[in-house]
Design a protein around this ligand. Structure first.
Ligand code: EPZ
Length: 416
């Protein structure tokens, strides 16, 4: 297993280009299942989760070609409706095949994803929505089976805002008979990006980005050429890294409009943030001000930025309170940060951080994707050396992260 070794204390400086968004690419690649013909996607990030997605699409009978950041998918030869356990357990977002497969092949059999480090992450709202559209749902032997002769439009209310739930049902509804209303829908940019691609394939979706999405069913979709939007969480991760190290970093080819909450909190913490077109320049200050954050669905502060921000607060000048309202167990990184000298108390979904003058390097273990990014950030600013193990978590969602940090002047390397 690879590990990443970091000698802390360097100020980051220079330019970095963020990759395409993992969480936009995943549903968009699965949407290829909805049409016959060759779809072409550009700016697809080179990540383990993308590899898993392409493997699953091929297993379902799609023809997949990937070369660098462009991927071509042709689902004309779709001949399987089952997403097996060995693939779904590696990537829970595989549940996103449910909607497209029921819409296209009238049935789907998907292994239940099970929980993960950050929470139980049930898919009950995905299934409730599919049932509302007329699908017959059965759960047995760890698999969910959904089938319907033809889905019929319905009004679906989400008890909880769910990103992939919204995406799954949007994809199920585009070929349904009649109109579907998604209420209390997720407003994430990745939902909007998927709706844009589906509309370019011939779907009729209105309201993406608002809590009310209307989908008028059509008879068929056609293939598309699309470019994946920039990754807003990778963007936020580099912004925090610049503030954390007192550096001066310009992030290019990003979408500042997608990181408003992170910009706001970094400015409150004393960093200078300048937005210009598709670039953001962050200049850190030696003094970091403690600020409180509460994770919320978009456009609130993203849960996927919570661990990274906690590192910044660990070396801020006072007390800060972080409330994690989306997942029930997303403070796993706290114990590793404590080993690096952070002073963090956790009570339920509230973490109280008392800023310390510095962190000290240590051997630490990554547990999930964003926690592993936070440990790399902590290593950048800690005294002496930090060794982050199990970096395969990192490779699921960040493309060449250590190379990008090294190009910004960090003393960081990956060892096999
Ligand atoms: C998406 O996960 C993202 N993944 C996550 O990013 C992100 O943290 C999350 O949205 C929240 O923004 C992808 O887009 C592939 P949810 P998702 O359904 O859709 C509960 C990363 O690091 N819920 O919005 O699985 C759920 O348990 C990953 O890139 C139900 O109870 O998250 C959670 O508490 C991590 N029943 C809350 O809703 C359901 O049927 C929000 O989950 C569905 C969700």
């Amino acid at each position: 297993m690879d590990k990443i070794i970091i000698a802390g204390g360097r100020r980051l400086a220079g330019q970095v280009r963020v990759s395409g968004s993992k969480n936009a690419a995943l549903p968009i690649l699965f949407s290829a299942l909805l049409a016959d013909g060759v779809n072409r996607y550009d700016n697809v990030p080179n990540l383990r989760d993308i590899d898993s997605t392409l493997l699953l699409l091929a297993r379902l009978g799609a023809r997949v070609e990937s070369g660098g950041p462009s991927v071509r998918i042709d689902a004309s030869g779709l001949n399987c409706h089952e997403a097996p356990y060995d693939l779904v357990r590696k990537m829970r977002a595989s549940v996103l095949v449910l909607g497209p497969l029921v819409a296209r092949l009238k049935r789907a059999r998907v292994s239940l994803p099970g929980g993960c480090a950050i929470g139980a992450r049930p898919i009950n709202l995905h299934l409730k929505g599919l049932a509302s559209l007329g699908a017959e749902i059965t759960l047995e032997h760890g698999y969910v089976t959904a089938s319907a002769e033809r889905l019929k439009g319905a009004e679906i209310y989400f008890d909880i805002v769910t990103v992939t739930g919204t995406e799954n049902l949007m994809m199920a509804a585009v070929l349904a008979e009649g109109t579907t209303m998604l209420r209390n829908a997720a407003r994430e940019p990745e939902v909007v990006a998927l709706a844009d691609v589906l509309n370019r394939m011939g779907a009729d979706i209105a309201g993406a980005g608002t809590p009310e999405i209307t989908i008028r069913g059509v008879r068929a979709l056609k293939p598309v050429t699309a470019t994946i939007i920039p990754d807003r969480i990778e963007t936020g991760t580099f912004m925090v890294a610049a503030a954390l190290t007192g550096g001066h970093v310009t992030i290019t080819d990003c979408e500042p409009g997608h990181v408003g909450a992170t910009i706001d909190k970094l400015r409150q913490a004393g960093a200078e943030v300048v937005v210009s077109g598709s670039t953001i320049t962050v200049t850190g200050r030696d003094k970091i001000t403690s600020v409180d954050i509460k994770t919320q669905p978009y456009p609130g502060f993203p849960t996927d930025m919570q661990a990274q921000f906690m590192v910044l607060m660990s070396v801020a000048d006072g007390l800060s309170v972080i409330s994690e309202t989306i997942f029930e167990n997303r403070f796993i990184h706290v114990s590793e940060l404590r080993r690096m000298g952070a002073d963090i108390q956790v009570a339920g979904n509230i973490a109280t951080i008392k800023g310390m003058p510095r962190l000290s390097g240590a051997p630490v273990m990554a547990t999930d994707l964003r926690a592993s990014a936070c440990l790399v950030l902590a290593g950048l600013v800690a005294d002496n050396t930090t060794v982050v193990q199990r970096v395969y978590h990192l490779d699921r969602g960040y493309e060449d992260l250590e190379k990008k940090f090294a190009a910004l002047g960090a003393a960081i390397k990956r060892v096999k």
